[in-house]
Write a protein that binds this ligand. Structure first.
Ligand SMILES: *[C@@H]1O[C@H](CO)[C@@H](O)[C@H](O)[C@H]1NC(C)=O
Ligand SMILES: *[C@@H]1O[C@H](CO)[C@@H](O)[C@H](O)[C@H]1NC(C)=O
Ligand SMILES: *[C@@H]1O[C@H](CO)[C@@H](O)[C@H](O)[C@H]1NC(C)=O
Ligand SMILES: *[C@@H]1O[C@H](CO)[C@@H](O)[C@H](O)[C@H]1NC(C)=O
Ligand SMILES: *[C@@H]1O[C@H](CO)[C@@H](O)[C@H](O)[C@H]1NC(C)=O
Ligand SMILES: *[C@@H]1O[C@H](CO)[C@@H](O)[C@H](O)[C@H]1NC(C)=O
Length: 627
């Protein structure tokens, strides 16, 4: 006890006091006659009144700001010493004679404002310099000699509303600021050597904020395109329209010929091409919509915002050769061939109940996601009536198409190791969403095989995730997978375990090769059918026969497949309390192997008693479809 007291006394008495910190900080400065009254004779603060020059004091008589402006100061700004000032929120060293690289103010991560204007600071600022300065609202670097690019990490700060970097030698493109342009209180990047297009988030209406950079272009400065390109654009639009009309005629003729009995085959064929098989409409309608959209977008209103380090023009997107991929429950999607690669553009009409700010905020959160099993969102386009989400085109198609589309004769189906790898990837992607969106009840909300794309290595990539907060409620409840869950059917409620239920359906679909066709039905009724579908799967004899015949060539995997089937059952448990939590599901899936292990599982592959499995019987998973 005594030792403890002595130790804690030593520890606290060695914490430097505010006067000692400030005097140490001052000792690194020179030509500091303006700080002559920084002495032990008085305390730095008396309440909110500062007794030492250039301090800002808060109600607790602590220093929250350094306002050392116009003092002729030289020497070193010793940030490491300032780190001991626990209340420090703002620093100003404006209009002194400091030089050298930008001081490491990023170590003071709770700063809200940094004023370094009118010194002789120079050199490049590292690209990641501002990472972690999440409180920063104001940054003034104007009137120095900084060179190099404006750090990308500065563009990523969400709270920043004042930025003045005029009169330096910054060069290169402006990074991709995503702020709402209206949020800026001060913005001035004039008189540097910046070039290229002004990013969306900096498009304030006052062009004087950008003067003195001869190579900057785009709103509010002159457009980046030459007149010649504009003419080309108009020609391109005319060509597209003509092509569309021809397409229209061809489709009309074809449709007239095709009898209604062919409907089923059509839907099946589409499974091969579409990323979304929900509520499939006719291609014709999609093409029409697509052109309507192009016309509307041409007439103006919206803007294209980029979430990743990639840039193309709205015009480029509009005039790119477009191929309609299909029309899903939200609207049409089409593939656009751009110079930078093919993009998929999905059109959403049922997202007009969210405020613009909220929409942007959510998009920014989606833009920050990064996981090997999520297809990243590249850009979005906002108009009140319609939104576009843009992501990379994935050539290998969707899991649904691999499972259900007709294959060429001799072409093998997905084998078990591949399916296991896909399920693991899906589970990891889902787990990542759960971690990134702890506040969302439905971190995915629309998990189904047509929303799992496969890259060339069959690595799964989730799409249409985390959209529930944006989609109009009635539409979501009619079409989105989460609302076909038992809990929504019975209580009109979803839960943190609802996405787990969708994962269970996906697992069944992959193991059996059967398509839960009820997904295609809008509305709640689908649920009852889906429950029956689950029932039909789990009622099968517990032998290898339940498994998709296409998985043949799989040796010694049946024990593991059975375990996966049981995991699926625990996910599809209709009682939410008894259903597994996502962490448990992910752990159990990760444990599975391609082949049966050394343990003797062959017994229950043949005896059919699922409930005796050692791996699972420890947990309560009694299963019922109709709660
Ligand atoms: C101020 O006082 C502290 C002790 O309270 C002492 O360590 C320090 O040397 C003094 N500084 C000056 C400049 O007198
Ligand atoms: C501190 O402020 C109080 C109230 O304003 C005043 O009475 C006192 O003299 C001040 N102390 C010093 C050291 O200036
Ligand atoms: C020290 O100087 C500052 C600014 O000149 C002044 O506000 C403060 O009152 C001075 N402190 C004392 C103790 O004279
Ligand atoms: C030193 O400070 C004084 C004012 O305090 C200023 O006039 C002078 O220019 C400064 N010297 C240098 C080298 O900056
Ligand atoms: C900077 O300091 C000089 C003299 O020290 C003064 O004349 C000038 O007005 C100051 N500029 C600003 C912007 O405060
Ligand atoms: C930006 O700075 C330049 C140069 O000082 C000035 O002429 C212009 O008015 C400023 N514009 C804005 C919007 O602050």
């Amino acid at each position: 006890m005594l030792v403890f007291l002595v130790l804690s006394y030593v520890a606290s008495s060695s914490d430097p006091t505010e006067p000692a910190i400030l005097l140490k900080f001052k000792s690194f400065l020179s030509n500091d006659s303006a700080l002559d009254n920084w002495t032990n004779a008085t305390a730095p603060c008396n309440g909110t009144h500062n007794l030492w020059a250039g301090l800002l004091c808060n109600g607790d008589a602590n220093v929250y700001g350094l306002a050392l402006t116009n003092m002729g100061l030289l020497g070193i700004i010793d940030i490491d010493t300032l780190m001991d000032l626990s209340a420090l929120k703002t620093v100003s060293f404006m209009n002194n004679s400091f030089e050298g690289p930008l001081p490491s103010v990023n170590k003071l991560s709770s700063l809200t404002s940094v004023y370094l204007s009118h010194n002789k600071f120079n050199g490049e600022i590292p690209d990641n310099f501002f990472v972690g300065m999440n409180s920063l609202k104001k940054i003034y670097l104007d009137g120095n000699e900084f060179t190099g690019k404006i750090p990308k990490s500065l563009a990523d700060l969400t709270k920043i509303v004042e930025m003045d970097i005029r009169g330096n030698q910054f060069s290169g493109k402006l990074p991709n600021f995503l702020q709402n342009p209206n949020a800026w209180k001060t913005l001035n990047v004039s008189y540097n050597r910046l070039e290229g297009r002004i990013p969306a988030g900096l498009r304030i209406s006052n062009p004087s904020a950008f003067v003195g950079n001869p190579d900057l272009c785009g709103k509010p400065l002159a457009a980046c395109k030459s007149l010649k390109k504009k003419v080309l654009l108009i020609i391109a639009i005319v060509v597209i329209s003509v092509a569309a009309i021809l397409f229209f005629i061809v489709v009309c003729l074809k449709r007239r010929r095709s009898a209604q009995s062919k409907q089923v085959t059509r839907v099946q064929n589409k499974l091969g091409a579409n990323h979304d098989t929900g509520a499939i409409e006719v291609e014709l309608a999609a093409e029409e919509e697509n052109n309507n959209f192009k016309n509307n977008a041409e007439r103006g209103g919206g803007e294209l915002y980029f979430l990743k380090d990639i840039n193309f023009e709205l015009e480029e997107l509009l005039r790119a050769p477009a191929e309609v991929l299909g029309s899903g429950s939200f609207g049409s999607s089409y593939k656009a061939g751009l110079l930078s690669g093919s993009m998929v553009v999905k059109r959403f009409k049922e997202m007009n109940q969210v405020r613009k700010d909220d929409f942007y905020d959510h998009m920014r959160r989606l833009g920050r996601l990064s996981h090997p099993n999520l297809l990243p969102l590249v850009a979005f386009y906002y108009r009140k009536e319609e939104k576009l989400l843009v992501h990379d085109f994935v050539a290998n198609g969707s899991l649904a198409s691999h499972l259900h589309a007709k294959r060429e004769p001799g072409q093998p189906g997905l084998n078990w190791p591949t399916r296991l790898m896909i399920i693991k990837g899906v589970a990891r992607g889902l787990a990542y969403l759960y971690k990134e969106f702890p506040g969302l009840t439905l971190p995915h909300g629309h998990l189904k095989s047509s929303n799992v794309l496969l890259d060339h290595n069959f690595n799964p990539l989730l799409v249409e995730y985390a959209l529930i907060p944006l989609v109009n409620t009635d539409h979501a409840q009619k079409f989105m997978v989460a609302f076909k869950s038992p809990e929504f059917y019975h209580n009109e409620r979803s839960s943190k375990k609802t996405d787990v239920w969708s994962l269970g359906i996906l697992i069944f679909e992959m193991l059996t090769g059967k398509f839960p066709a009820n997904y295609l039905q809008p509305g709640k009724r689908a649920n009852a059918d889906l429950a029956a579908w689950v029932n039909s799967v789990v009622r099968e004899e517990w032998t290898g026969e339940v498994f998709d015949k296409d998985m043949k060539g799989t040796t010694n995997g049946e024990g593991e497949m059975l375990k996966m089937l049981k995991i699926g059952m625990c996910c599809c448990e209709s009682s939410v309390e008894r259903r597994w939590d996502w962490r448990e599901v992910v752990d159990k899936i990760e444990e599975l192997k391609e082949r049966d292990g050394d343990e003797d599982y062959s017994s229950y592959a043949s005896d059919g008693d699922v409930y005796s499995s050692r791996a699972i019987s420890e947990d309560d998973f009694s299963f019922s479809v109709n709660a």
